[in-house]
Design a protein. Structure first.
Lengths: 360, 343
């Protein structure tokens, strides 16, 4: 039987991604979890690629977390999203680039709803106008910010200072890509590569010289799952989901994980610490955990940005093993300094994840 | 002028050709492949008797040869046009234009391309194959049956309704024969690999034909094939090339995850692309499911909307060998009646 590369599947799901003039919608939570990722996205787009990306300080939450946790009604969510569209319209823009996967999924869902139920769109226009006197146009193009980085992956690769190559062995780094559930599982045609074999992150990794690891639980949730974590009593379920993923990827010995969702890097990163503390178990070969990067951090890293300017010191799993494998230059003494060079308090070392405990 | 040109040299075409020849008509068969037999050439055994498919195939080929019926192999039909006098002209990949009084379309079916169900990983993961691949494997296999990656097979799963009764693939209809094929192949795997576990994931099992239900019972009672009501949600490959499958057992209402060495996708039937290619040239009506629409499903199932253009077998719908042969015999009678009235 002739075996075909996965790219033949990806080719079935290609989407149009605008090439300039974006209205950027930030995430509610990413600036807390991975504080420099959004800044890095804007820097790459504006300074490296010369694109126009505008923001509006009046941009708010999309209500996605509340919506998916069943505490915000859909009519309210639609009206809030309509307000974001009105901000975009007010700036004369027609292309949205969204930082958050859940926002991206929600915007896609709402536009699909309005496509099939135009009366709902009319109702939302009326509600928004009554509440705010605002009007809006529908965006011509909606992309997740990772779509935009994917679109310009080859340009970034050309400017890159580093490749995803192990400097000792010369072999490509083995990378686990984890796609946020709301990226294309609900609307496969809205994501690059569809729902089963999304290309958005793997395309970046391959462009930057790495190799993708396809492991059995690749499609499984990171463990966030909204109510799985937000309801405290469910948190064992959250961590057990994450554990399932790590057990599945462990035999493939990945060098790092890349994600495109606000929650996924948080949970894949922090729960590794929690599992190590609970069981003394790590899933890498050195007992230090598997570094988890956002796609902006990955792009910034290959472009040669200072890892501490990328916010990588905020990770629970230290990124130094990865930086050393690639040969990224960094000053370990600067890890916990503020932007003025003042020393900040150094976090306490975890009892695990330092290579001290033997792996189980 | 030739009395009947039969487009398609599968079992329907051969059966009809022999019967019409015996009625005294002059027949030509146009076959796109380099051999007669259609899909049957690639089948190992037939349900419910489990006889070798080659016995049936050889029978028909010999019958055609015995009658010296003219057969054009490697011949693709590009258009069928009806003339003012009611006759037909057929253009093909050959330079010659064929002329005839009537046309019998026995263009059969195409197998569903399982790559379209991407979640099953066909042609991505080594050990995911289709029911048609398994038939070929069984035809050619000598010695111990191993998975395509070369591993011993300790567990096998069959997935029913791949490309049938499935909105995603655009095929709402049932392909008729996959259920019983799955049962037949599951038994075969247990016969060949007595130590292996065999699972069949199904929506519901449609054992409509003579001997089918008995074979289903035999699979459970004698061969211990395990039937699980539920569809697979995804397939992934482990580091040792096994397959991790996820499904819901809808009878126990529980999600299920298991590892198997071989996954067999029971692919359905789709209307033959060849039919679609020339249907427009003769204004032939096709149903919503893209198969040929018969003039009257119950009392004129061999007639089409074009007078003098007849059809038989899987050109109208997924049919078993049993039903195909009977439908072809009926077509021969219908064509004979038409020629009698119009000569």
């Amino acid at each position: 039987m002739e075996k075909k590369p996965k790219s033949t599947q990806w080719a079935l799901y290609q989407k149009e991604i605008a090439d300039d003039n974006y209205f950027y919608g930030r995430s509610c939570i990413r600036q807390n979890f991975f504080p420099a990722s959004e800044k890095t996205f804007l820097k790459i787009l504006r300074e490296e690629l010369g694109k126009t990306v505008l923001e509006d300080p009046n941009h708010t939450t999309c209500t996605g977390i509340g919506y998916h946790s069943d505490v915000v009604p859909f009519d309210t969510t639609q009206t809030v999203v309509a307000r974001q569209f009105s901000l975009m319209t007010g700036m004369g823009l027609k292309n949205m680039a969204l930082s958050c996967i859940t926002s991206f999924g929600l915007y896609t869902e709402i536009l699909d709803t309005w496509h099939h139920f135009p009366e709902q769109l009319a109702k939302v226009r009326e509600m928004l106008y009554k509440a705010t006197k605002r009007e809006f146009e529908l965006p011509e193009n909606i992309a997740h910010a990772s779509d935009v980085i994917y679109k310009f992956r080859n340009e970034i690769a050309q400017k890159a200072k580093y490749k995803l190559i192990n400097k000792e062995t010369g072999e490509p780094l083995r990378v686990v890509e984890h796609i946020g559930c709301h990226y294309s599982k609900m609307f496969p045609t809205s994501g690059v590569g569809g729902a089963e074999f999304p290309q958005v992150l793997s395309g970046m990794v391959e462009a930057f010289g790495g190799e993708i690891v396809d492991y059995p639980e690749r499609r499984h949730c990171c463990g966030f799952g909204f109510r799985n974590y937000l309801v405290q009593a469910n948190r064992a379920y959250s961590i057990s989901n994450t554990k399932k993923k790590f057990e599945s990827m462990e035999p493939f010995k990945p060098d790092f994980i890349i994600t495109n969702c606000p929650g996924c890097p948080m949970f894949l990163d922090r729960w590794q610490y929690a599992i190590a503390e609970m069981d003394g178990k790590t899933y890498d070969t050195q007992g230090k955990g598997i570094p988890v990067l956002t796609y902006e951090e990955l792009a910034g890293m290959v472009l040669g940005y200072n890892p501490w300017d990328l916010g990588m010191q905020m990770h629970q799993i230290g990124v130094e093993t990865l930086l050393d494998k690639i040969g990224v230059e960094y000053n370990p003494d600067d890890k916990y300094k503020d932007i003025h060079g003042n020393q900040l308090p150094v976090p306490e070392c975890p009892s695990s994840l330092m290579g001290k405990l033997k792996t189980v | 002028m030739i009395d009947v040109i039969i487009i398609g040299g599968g079992i329907a075409g051969m059966e009809a050709a022999c019967t019409l020849h015996d009625f005294g008509f002059e027949i030509i068969i146009l076959e796109k492949d380099k051999h007669l037999g259609g899909h049957l050439q690639n089948w190992d055994t037939l349900f419910p008797t489990k006889r070798n498919a080659s016995e049936v195939l050889d029978h028909y080929v010999k019958e055609v040869q015995k009658r010296s019926i003219t057969v054009y192999l490697n011949t693709d039909v590009t258009s069928v046009t009806k003339q003012d006098n009611g006759s037909f002209e057929i253009n093909t990949s050959r330079e010659v234009v064929f002329k005839c009084k009537t046309v019998l379309m026995t263009t059969g079916y195409d197998l569903f391309n399982a790559e379209r169900k991407e979640e099953y990983g066909y042609k991505i993961y080594d050990n995911v194959i289709t029911s048609a691949d398994l038939e070929k494997l069984l035809q050619t296999n000598k010695g111990e049956l191993r998975s395509p990656s070369g591993n011993p097979i300790k567990s096998v799963a069959f997935v029913h309704c791949v490309g049938s009764r499935d909105e995603k693939s655009g095929n709402h209809y049932c392909s008729n024969v996959c259920c019983v094929t799955g049962v037949k192949q599951a038994i075969k795997m247990r016969q060949l690999l007595p130590e292996a576990q065999v699972f069949n994931f199904y929506m519901d099992l449609r054992m409509y034909g003579a001997g089918f239900e008995e074979m289903y019972r035999e699979a459970q009672e004698v061969w211990r094939v395990q039937f699980i009501r539920g569809r697979l949600s995804e397939v992934a490959e482990t580091i040792d090339k096994r397959l991790q499958v996820k499904a819901e057992d809808t009878l126990s209402a529980r999600p299920l995850r298991m590892h198997v060495d071989l996954l067999v996708l029971l692919v359905g039937m789709e209307a033959s692309k060849a039919t679609g290619d020339f249907a427009q040239s003769c204004n032939l009506a096709c149903a919503q499911n893209r198969f040929v629409e018969t003039a009257d499903f119950h009392i004129a199932s061999n007639k089409t909307n074009v007078e003098g253009l007849f059809t038989a077998g899987c050109a109208i719908a997924p049919l078993s060998v049993f039903d195909t042969v009977n439908h072809a015999k009926a077509a021969a009678l219908t064509v004979k009646e038409h020629l009698r009235l119009n000569n």
